[in-house]
Design a protein around this ligand. Sequence first.
Ligand SMILES: Cc1cc2nc3c(=O)[nH]c(=O)nc-3n(C[C@H](O)[C@H](O)[C@H](O)COP(=O)(O)OP(=O)(O)OC[C@H]3O[C@@H](n4cnc5c(N)ncnc54)[C@H](O)[C@@H]3O)c2cc1C
Length: 426
Amino acid sequence: LIYDVAIIGGGVAGLSALMYAGRLELHSVLIAKEMGGTLTLTRDIENYPGFKHIIAKDLTKKLLEHARDYNVEIRQDTVLKIEPNRDMFYIETKKDMIRARAVILATGTERRKLKVPGSSTFENRGIHYCALCDGPLYKGKKVGVIGGSDSAVSEALLLAQYAEKVYIIYRGEMLRPEPINAKRLKQFENIEVILNTNVIEVIGGKRLKKVILDREHNGSSELELDALFVAIGGYPLSELGRHLGVELNEKGEIIIDRDGKTSIRGVFAAGDVVDSSFKQAITAAAEGVRAAYSAYEYITRERVFTCDDPQYLKPIEISAQEVMNKIKSRYKTLVLDVREKEEWIKERIPGSIHIPITELKNNRELLDDAEEIIVYSKDINCPASTIAAKKLIEMGYCNIYDYKGSFADWKSSSFQTEQTEMRDTG
Ligand SMILES: Cc1cc2nc3c(=O)[nH]c(=O)nc-3n(C[C@H](O)[C@H](O)[C@H](O)COP(=O)(O)OP(=O)(O)OC[C@H]3O[C@@H](n4cnc5c(N)ncnc54)[C@H](O)[C@@H]3O)c2cc1C
């Protein structure tokens, strides 16, 4: 089974790409460790056009529902490696090996960890990375948020609904919330902003008790806290792309062009993992859709066939000249002599092999490796190739060509010349 497109990532970018790929009738699969991605870390979305307010997990649900409206496949799995092989990508996951003609990388980001003495000791015992997930544990307590972005401010606004006191600790001179969040910040009396300050150590017993600041605050460099939420951004999960050889920028983000294409043919990318400066749910969605459309153009313009295409549900008759053109093309074409007795085909057609019909099932590995399969019969009256072709289609293969040959075809003058050339070059 070969997919047209494999989408890696189940965040906004991946799900939007899947919806669009499905809509374009690409044979599509989405593989993700966790559905929803970064949206699972937040609650309220107020800047996704068309929704004045939507709960983040409801947005994920809607994106999933929309994608599932089409004939697409979703797998919960982790992609370990992607290897290109001619025009195909072999996607190794924890559970499986998946093949696709195009790949969309929508792997997003990983939260940046706080790296100061004590921070790893108190992870999940006071050090947290998601206010939505862990904030409710600190009802009536004192908590801190590290970071100065709009996301950090959003985290503080969420925490202020539970905690008695919230400190935003930021190393810069000014927070950078969106204006609407800046106004909200002023309405919460229990939020205090500490600027130009770094947390340099985390101290506690069984749980976090206080943090040490590199500047005094209210006459002390110690700040008592029950929890510290880290919101200092993320780094791109671009390792799969790096391994494939796609071009990355100095931050490790995947460089894409306006069509979502990476530097490698057949590999597209979208969302937080790419080199766009503005990263939001709506931009991830738009990039996902654009990547899907580019993958569609790539597949339809350059590959012309898909497994679901009804014309490939029956073998296609092919002439001797077409056989030769296919062998010379860049696709992995396998020519099979399926008659019980092997005759002259093997030595005349480079790369061709003999597998009798009864043995097809025992040669899956070889068949899986081919992008197109040509089955050969001796002449128009010989049914072997058609029987074999139908069997191959039943076995789940597509792009099966039925060549009913004869010696006369192969002896035609132009064809003979090409044949000789091919043999000469090995
Ligand atoms: C606290 C916070 C608040 C935010 N608030 C807003 C907001 O109000 N409005 C807004 O528009 N944006 C907001 N954002 C930003 C927004 O959430 C992101 O821009 C968007 O969700 C990114 O989507 P994505 O699909 O690119 O990546 P992600 O959502 O990160 O998805 C990545 C996906 O890839 C999967 N993955 C990664 N590696 C692998 C692998 N090897 N194998 C299989 N799967 C893999 C992950 O499991 C996940 O499914 C916020 C972000 C944060 C952190």
